[in-house]
Unconditional design. Structure first.
Lengths: 539, 327
């Protein structure tokens, strides 16, 4: 493999940004926590303090349950999406990305709107009310948020398998079960496992759903870090717990980084989707599971929209929106709704810019130096591994004094959002890039293009959809990012997700629902714009 | 083929895949305007050698000099070496015209020059109708013609052709050979053409270099190499049978062999298979030591029958032939 100076330069730039805005601040935070007078006591306390232990147990239970159920529900749906060709498949696949555009707060409101005491399903099906609170409610929110990840990654795994190999097995007399075991069982389960690992990490580190649906009883380690740092005034204990959290979740994060690389189709290996064989009962089961996922996600989104128009109880139609745009709400939020929308879009756009620039540089480096891919992948995953609360706390402690106070806090919000979206943007780019034959870039180089020029001229245009998806992911995660933003934000920089949280926390559910619907509407518009911007016909 | 200084000098070049040596101390030169064919079986190291010359593989030893300049450390895009790939590697997001203009555009050549080179290449390779099309709409042969035009338009000092006809339909391959030969000579291109197809290699090359197991076995003009194979291995690769004659090993073409139904005390051969090839039959025989002998005849011989052979013409080979572990 050839090596040049451009890839080294870009590698250095990516490493420098992640180091400066994640590793260094987090390292400083941990060092300060461990080195202070209460450091040793804080370590002992993290293992013995009942609240810390309970928080860790809650994280494991909520994360584990959510991951197992997400894989069980998402795997068959992902198989249907990845293996079969049917009308509208691309649209449905794109639509499944919609939940990523929303903060988990919207999912919380959706779950309440569906299963809560005055939920749309609670009347006709009272037995479903248990899904609106406690651990079941938290798991339900986690599932609505994460099952689409499992579905899409399982489908990607199916598509990484070789149709030629499968047809060879069939031609040698192997039936569908043998073909499954020999060819696509492994990649499809690798995809599902990647989704499961992400679900576990996201759910175990979730912040808003446990607070809003369960309270102290279901506090996760993430919330505990926040409580120790912001409410109880014990930064050393918070730092130590955060460090233990990082160490504890290193294994699933590492497993994700290693496994997700296996989802890349080998160069020249082709997957051909087949029309569904409706004669087989298994196909119906797969189709029904996919349909169930789509219906459930759609129902949740529609419930949020419906409740924003028709509030529960005695509220008149439209009251939610009037309340949301009232001066009282603006006074409560210390920012107008229009201002919050502006902040949300601006920060998400800048975060997407940060992520796409770093993702492009990283993809170029790994395409030229594959040996560095796993290490670089893990480095880029560090912000997610740190969790939004720890990342925000570390950024605030390290950079806020250097940036000169609250006026520049928007920069930290943008960087935290960009870094949290970065690993997913990278994956969206690297998977299609890995499938491209190298000959195009090499041909461009023999015609005089520099390695970077060949990458930009010959490879990036061929993965336009991957670039769009990377941008979508980064923008979506920025748009919906709540936890890190909430930790860093000052009133003038409040975003719509923060507003939804504040209003929900104040039990102003109608206004919160309208704010969530507004966020949903924005997401749908942006989503539609990106999808409508075109699918690369050359892919 | 006029200049005294070679355009390309490859000296003791070696390359490996991990710890496995793939190219072993290969040395040769290519003169300006010359087309050298690198001919060898699959896995013999041809493509690796080509990629090392282009700068895509790092040699473990040896030097590559272009016009006297050592290319060590020079990245591919600064070597002025154009390469044609087996799959054409056209940019699918650009039209045919944009593909051809890519190299001149990077060199910031002026509009008039660009138009002239595109017109010349379009005429030479009959691409006029295709210029506005997407590469995705082209046949395999058309894609390779565009790829050659794109390479030549950049005016490289050396063109490398890595089995460019391997994925082209056989019925148009002969036409492409002729077009490529004409275009390379018309442009005065210096080129190395890699193939495992001996007819293609001999047709396109001014000289042919045979490569086996990563090492050069023989280099020479096609007629010289074909007329004097030099070793049993070369002879076999070129389609000769290697038989034991009275004065030592001898290379005999299948057309020059005739069957002796009653061989007498001489060596005998058993017919293993026979089939129609073209206007005649190809019969595969096996000697007493298990060696394969091919024979062309007007009639098929019964499988299992034992015959003797005689030949009308043959090329004597050095005595080392029978000691060759592969022969």
């Amino acid at each position: 493999m050839r090596r040049g100076s451009t890839d080294l330069l870009l590698l250095g730039a990516v490493v420098a940004v992640v180091t400066a805005f994640a590793l260094l601040p987090a390292g400083a935070l941990f060092a300060r926590s461990l080195g202070g007078s209460g450091g040793s006591g804080a370590i002992a306390s993290a293992f013995t303090e009942p609240a810390d232990r309970a928080a860790f147990r809650n994280s494991l239970v909520q994360g584990g349950l959510s991951a197992a159920l997400a894989m069980a529900i998402g795997y068959p749906a992902g198989v249907f999406l990845g293996r079969y060709r049917w009308p509208g498949r691309g649209t449905f696949r794109s639509a499944l990305l919609l939940p990523f555009l929303l903060p988990s707060l919207v999912m919380v409101l959706g779950v309440l709107d569906l299963f809560g005491p005055s939920g749309l399903l609670a009347g006709p099906f009272p037995a479903t009310r248990w899904l609106a609170s406690g651990v079941p409610g938290i798991v339900a929110v986690n599932l609505f948020y994460n099952v689409p990840i499992v579905v899409v990654l399982t489908a990607t795994g199916c598509e990484a398998s070789s149709s030629d190999l499968e047809e060879t097995v069939a031609s040698l007399g192997g039936g569908p079960t043998r073909a499954y075991l020999e060819t696509w069982a492994w990649p499809s389960w690798v995809g599902a496992a990647c989704g499961g690992l992400l679900t576990f990490v996201f759910s175990a580190l979730s912040f808003a759903p446990p607070i809003l649906l369960c309270g102290d009883r279901c506090t996760t380690s993430e919330i505990r870090v926040y409580q120790l740092a912001e409410i109880l005034g014990e930064p050393a204990a918070a730092g130590v717990l955060a460090l233990l959290l990082v160490v504890g979740f290193l294994a699933p994060a590492l497993a994700y980084v290693v496994l997700v690389r296996r989802l890349r189709p080998s160069r020249g290996r082709r997957h051909r989707s087949q029309p569904p064989s409706w004669g087989a009962p298994g196909t119906w089961a797969l189709a029904l599971s996919f349909g169930a996922v789509v219906v459930a996600e759609g129902a949740l989104v529609l419930a949020v929209l419906f409740r924003s128009l028709v509030p529960s109880g005695s509220g008149a139609t439209g009251r939610a929106w009037t309340t949301l745009f009232s001066s009282a709400t603006a006074a409560r939020l210390q920012i107008s709704v229009a201002g919050a929308v502006g902040n949300t879009l601006l920060f998400a756009s800048l975060a997407a810019g940060v992520a796409i620039v770093l993702a492009t540089a990283s993809s170029f480096v790994t395409s030229r130096r594959p040996a560095l891919a796993a290490g670089l992948g893990l480095l880029l995953f560090v912000p997610v591994l740190l969790s939004p609360v720890v990342l925000a706390e570390a950024l605030a402690a390290f950079w806020r004094p250097l940036l000169g106070g609250a006026a520049n806090v928007w920069l930290l919000i943008v960087l935290s959002q960009g870094l949290l979206g970065l690993p997913f943007a990278v994956q969206s780019l690297e998977i299609p890039l890995a499938a491209l034959p190298r000959a195009s870039a090499e041909a461009a180089e023999t015609l005089g293009a520099s390695p970077w020029g060949a990458f930009v001229d010959a490879e990036l245009p061929r993965v336009r959809r991957g670039v769009q998806t990377a941008l979508l992911f980064a923008f979506a995660l920025g748009l919906g990012e709540f936890t890190a933003t909430y930790f860093l934000v000052t009133p003038q920089f409040r975003t719509l997700p923060v507003a939804v949280y504040e209003l929900t926390n104040d039990r102003l559910f109608a206004a919160a629902g309208a704010a969530a619907a507004l966020l949903l509407g924005l997401s749908v518009v942006v989503f539609a714009l990106i999808v409508a911007s075109g699918v690369d016909p050359h892919e | 083929m006029s200049s005294s200084r070679p355009r390309l000098e490859v000296e003791r070049l070696s390359a490996s895949w991990g710890r496995t040596p793939v190219v072993r101390s290969v040395s040769f030169t290519v003169q300006e305007g010359e087309v050298l064919t690198l001919l060898g079986p699959n896995g013999s190291g041809k493509t690796t050698l080509l990629r090392a010359i282009a700068g895509f593989e790092r040699p473990t030893a040896g030097t590559v000099r272009l016009d006297g300049v050592d290319l060590a450390g020079v990245p591919p895009h600064r070597r002025s070496i154009g390469m044609l790939f087996q799959e054409a590697a056209l940019f699918p997001h650009r039209t045919v015209l944009e593909n051809i203009a890519y190299g001149p555009m990077l060199q910031r050549r002026d509009e008039r020059d660009l138009r002239a080179v595109v017109e010349r290449l379009s005429a030479l390779l009959t691409l006029g109708e295709l210029l506005d099309r997407s590469p995705l709409e082209l046949s395999g042969g058309e894609r390779q013609r565009v790829a050659l035009a794109r390479t030549l338009a950049a005016r490289p000092r050396l063109v490398l052709l890595d089995e460019p006809f391997a994925s082209v339909d056989v019925e148009i391959r002969a036409d492409l050979h002729a077009e490529f030969r004409a275009a390379l000579r018309e442009f005065g291109a210096t080129a190395i053409h890699v193939t495992h197809d001996r007819e293609e290699g001999f047709f396109l090359g001014d000289r042919v270099a045979l490569i086996f197991d990563g090492a050069l076995e023989a280099v020479g003009p096609p007629q010289e190499l074909y007329g004097h194979p030099g070793s049993a291995r070369t002879a076999r690769f070129l389609g000769y049978n290697v038989l034991e004659g009275a004065g030592g090993p001898i290379a005999v073409l299948p057309d020059d062999l005739t069957v002796v139904p009653d061989p007498g005390p001489g060596p005998t051969y058993t017919v293993r298979a026979a089939g129609l090839v073209g206007r005649g039959f190809l019969t595969v025989l096996e000697g007493a030591a298990g060696e394969r002998v091919d024979l062309r005849s007007d009639r098929p011989l019964p499988v299992g029958s034992v015959v003797g052979l005689r030949w009308s013409r043959g090329v004597p080979l050095p005595r080392a032939g029978p000691a060759d572990p592969r022969g």
